[in-house]
Design a protein. Structure first.
Length: 146
């Protein structure tokens, strides 16, 4: 195997080689992500924690299955994009977090990275103050895993 001027590895067929993570490593990362997401379920009133991609797909979730998980992912992604564009237009920067309060609960969307959004769904009996305090701490740990 040779290297090009940039130090990238070139295979015998002349193509760049891409290092592949072992399946066990991917499985360990997925299990760790689930454990971190499950920490949200320890907060009173939290029903679901989900990681969604900014392209509108559900990556993973823990807790109660959202009634329509595809809608949660797609609409959550769209909402965060809309709110980011609003902030940029008003020269306030990109959105970091959005809290949507409904008759039967709350959804908090938090931008984890450029590619992922965390969604936390609560019931009406949740303690939003405690969640607001803990959310940034756990979000940082989620970001470190992705």
């Amino acid at each position: 195997m040779n290297s090009n001027a940039s130090g990238q590895k070139i295979g015998t067929n002349g193509c760049l080689t891409v290092p592949v993570r072992p399946a066990s490593s991917v499985q360990e990362d997925t299990a760790m992500l689930k454990r971190v997401l499950e920490e949200f379920l320890q907060i009173e009133g939290v029903n679901t924690a989900a990681l969604i991609a900014t392209d509108g797909f559900l990556i993973d979730y823990v807790g109660s299955e959202p009634t329509n998980k595809d809608a949660l992912a797609a609409l959550g992604s769209c909402a965060m994009q809309f709110l980011s564009r609003t902030g940029i237009a008003l020269e306030m920067g990109r959105v970091r977090q959005s809290v949507l309060e409904y008759e039967d609960g709350t959804i908090i969307f938090s931008q984890v990275s450029n590619e992922e959004i965390l969604a936390v769904i609560t019931g009406i009996e949740s303690t939003l103050g405690r969640l607001a305090y803990i959310l940034p701490k756990i979000t940082t740990r989620v970001a470190a895993l992705i």
